[in-house]
Design a protein around this ligand. Structure first.
Ligand SMILES: Cc1cc2nc3c(=O)[nH]c(=O)nc-3n(C[C@H](O)[C@H](O)[C@H](O)COP(=O)(O)OP(=O)(O)OC[C@H]3O[C@@H](n4cnc5c(N)ncnc54)[C@H](O)[C@@H]3O)c2cc1C
Length: 457
């Protein structure tokens, strides 16, 4: 980068918030999905949102693409830099500006860590439900841009369901405001809806108004042990068909159970074919009633139920689930985490197909996921240096997506498209839809400045 340009960036964000040496920028060549050999030209970490328009103008002048980055935990290659790009880091925009108890909302900067929002809500006697497994590090900007889900998605929905309003800067550095602080607000286009899942392609979001809700009065967590994973899947479909919506219904297969236990020694039953981790919540009487019904359905399907009687055992149950991905990641150099999602009644079919695919292509797949919302994470363990195995992995991934779509499902339940799934987008929605998305992108970012190429757009 020319010294004169660097000086301009330094003037905007301060010398201490501007990085260009390979040692400083190499940490931004990867996210939780992949590593790229391309280094960003510059990384800037603004301390206030007001200087973002100046950054955008300078990037336009200097032909630099802007890759907005929160914590870089996305699993779809959404923050991988390009030749000649500026990574705009939001982590210093991290103020919780307001927790409004009377009107049940929070106003937060884009770089606030998700857990901090959840904790601030609890302190005010309120509840922010979206809880991605990465919530201790992910930022709310990344959550909105990926429309992140979480363990409680089954009952409480995903990030978009809590996004009331937002402020952003577009590719021409205009300030854009969508939604607001009122429960009903239908003025103009539904910009919060459009920006949930926008993956950094349509604007740089700086502030959000998030809906908070009253917390449930009580909850009950349990771990259900099965000798056969398909019986666990059937249990999930039956519980939903009974009109019971647990807050959480998570699945782990035998391979994942063993791997988590090896990594954490929390006492999981390593011989189990599968585990369901369940939490029901709500009014005391409702919890008591649903517990009996859930217990009955679990046992009818051959499940052996263990309830968490205190906070410590409850935490253990959720720790087991939250450690699934990191535990699997220890086993092989390359981990490919898929996100195929199907209607809940089709979980057993999806699970059987994943097992068939694993056998057919002779690859190791550990599966866990948010079974309650049909969102399975078949996780392939491989080594990208093994060219022959990688070819089989590619075929297996193609087949997993094709099965999910044939079952009426989707390519991504929560991890987005990024670079990872760009080639599949048309398969789900058809060419007309992809053309519409391209036109939309062109309309708001004619110069293709914002995260170009991601989602294949
Ligand atoms: C261990 C682990 C567990 C996970 N569990 C879950 C889970 O349960 N559910 C789930 O949904 N995901 C999960 N994820 C994926 C990931 O944490 C989420 O996608 C999260 O929302 C990403 O947040 P981030 O701050 O890291 O965003 P980043 O990875 O930095 O960015 C993600 C995308 O958002 C864009 N972006 C970020 N900030 C902004 C902004 N301010 N304005 C515009 N665009 C922006 C980026 O350009 C990029 O395209 C998990 C990841 C890991 C590593």
């Amino acid at each position: 980068m020319k010294k004169s340009v660097l000086k301009k960036f330094q003037k905007i964000v301060g010398k201490e918030n501007c990085f260009i040496s390979p040692e400083e920028t190499s940490g931004y060549c990867f996210d939780a999905f992949a590593k790229s050999n391309v280094f960003p030209e510059v990384v800037v970490a603004p301390e206030n949102a007001e200087c973002i328009p100046e950054i955008i103008r300078l990037c336009n002048e200097e032909n630099l693409a802007v890759v907005t980055r929160g914590a870089g935990t996305n699993l779809s290659g959404g923050t991988l830099p390009f030749e000649g790009s500026c990574v705009l880091l939001t982590t210093k925009l991290n103020k919780i500006k307001e927790i409004n108890k009377a009107d049940h909302y929070a106003v937060v900067d884009a770089g606030v860590v998700t857990t901090d929002i959840a904790n601030a809500a609890v302190k005010a006697g309120l509840f922010y439900p979206p809880d991605p497994g990465s919530m201790n590090i992910s930022t709310i900007g990344g959550n909105v841009a990926e429309n992140a889900g979480g363990l409680r998605g089954l009952k409480y929905g995903v990030t978009k369901d809590y996004l009331m309003g937002l402020t952003l800067f577009d590719a021409e550095a205009n300030k854009v405001i969508g939604g607001g602080r009122t429960v009903k607000q239908v003025t103009g286009f539904n910009l919060p809806g459009l920006f949930a899942g926008s993956e950094g392609l349509l604007g740089i979001m700086t502030e959000f108004v998030l809906k908070l809700i009253p917390p449930p009065e009580s909850s009950r967590s349990m771990l259900v042990i099965y000798d056969n994973i398909l019986k666990a899947c059937d249990t999930v479909s039956e519980i939903i068909a009974e009109n019971i919506l647990p807050a959480t219904m998570e699945l782990m297969d035998n391979f994942t159970i063993k791997t988590v236990e090896e990594a954490t020694a929390i006492g999981l039953p390593v011989d189990a074919g599968a585990l369901l981790l369940l939490e029901i919540d709500g009014h005391h009487a409702q919890v008591a009633d649903e517990f009996e019904k859930v217990k009955y359905i679990c046992e009818k399907n051959g499940g052996h139920l263990k309830t968490a009687e205190d906070e410590e055992s409850r935490n253990k149950i959720w720790e087991a689930r939250r450690k699934a991905l990191s535990s699997l990641a220890r086993l092989k150099p390359t981990l490919i985490l898929e996100d195929a999602t199907v209607p809940r009644s089709k979980i057993s079919s999806m699970m059987s197909s994943i097992m068939d695919i694993s056998r057919k292509y002779e690859i190791t797949i550990g599966t866990f996921g948010h079974a309650g919302d049909g969102n399975l994470h078949p996780t392939i363990l491989t080594d990208k240096r093994d060219k022959e195995e990688m070819l089989r992995v590619e075929k297996a991934v193609d087949e997993i997506f094709s099965v999910a779509l044939n079952l009426g499902g989707t390519l991504s339940g929560e991890h987005g498209v990024g670079t990872a799934k760009a080639k599949y987008l048309e398969m789900e929605y058809g060419s007309g839809t992809v053309k519409f998305m391209k036109n939309l992108k062109k309309g708001v970012d004619a110069g293709n400045v914002l995260n170009p190429g991601k989602m294949g757009l």
